[in-house]
Design a protein around this ligand. Structure first.
Ligand SMILES: [Mg+2]
Length: 222
């Protein structure tokens, strides 16, 4: 069965924003009196839902919503300096040429993603962006929700699990892929350490987005 759809995670996967998130997290921690963390600590402990990450670093439960708002404000001020992960553009253009659908599924807010896609000149490459609406707000840090959005999309479009390949930089996307039977690709150098990614046994582990091309060629027998 050939791959028909690539479901990309956004933060840390297509968008190289790990350092921006780390910096915003540290500014945020400082404001609420928490200890600063290193990149290694960040990759070891970052978690979706973010509430778990916050509590792990000794944040108070009553500060959850306030810290989330503050974090997003800090994050958005630096998001405009980010670039795409290495190899993203050649990969997207190759997928488009071969007629393989490309989508983003994310816990982030859709208009923010679209704004960045336009700035980075890659908006045209995506068939769909499944993400949170503005009405959901920045305060919904307690849930994972992109899993269900992707599942609904797949059902609506009569796709089979083995026609889907999910790419992500965190445990979340591998867990989703394993749960529903999608092909799973984990990319290192994002929000999670390589050790955490390996623990979930993704089908493939890559370092550069371009590494996906030979994987898809093999799966689709090109
Ligand atoms: Mg991510």
């Amino acid at each position: 069965m050939a791959i028909k759809l690539i479901a990309f995670d956004w933060n840390g996967t297509l968008l190289a924003d790990t350092q921006v998130n780390l910096r915003a997290s540290n500014f945020n921690f400082k404001k609420f009196g928490l200890k600063q963390i290193s990149l290694t600590q960040f990759q070891k402990t970052f978690h979706i839902p973010v509430s778990r990450f916050w509590l792990e670093h000794k944040g108070k439960t009553e500060d959850l919503d306030a810290q989330s708002k503050n974090f997003h404000r800090l994050y958005e001020t630096h998001a405009n300096k980010t670039r795409t992960r290495a190899g993203s553009k050649p990969l997207l253009s190759w997928l488009k040429k071969y007629g393989i659908k490309r989508m983003i599924y994310s816990n982030h807010i859709a208009p923010d993603i679209i704004k960045q896609l336009m700035r980075l000149n890659i908006f045209e490459y995506f068939d769909e962006v499944l993400a949170r609406s503005v009405e959901d707000g920045h305060t919904q840090v307690h849930f994972r929700n992109k899993e269900q959005k992707l599942l609904d999309y797949i059902k609506r479009n009569n796709l089979k699990p083995k026609e889907i390949l999910t790419v992500g930089d965190t445990e979340e996307e591998i867990e989703i892929g394993k749960k529903y039977g999608y092909h799973t690709v984990a990319i290192t150098g994002g929000y999670n350490s390589t050790a955490r990614l390996k623990k979930h046994k993704p089908d493939f582990l890559i370092h550069n987005m371009k590494d996906l091309i030979p994987i898809i060629k093999k799966l689709n027998c090109y």
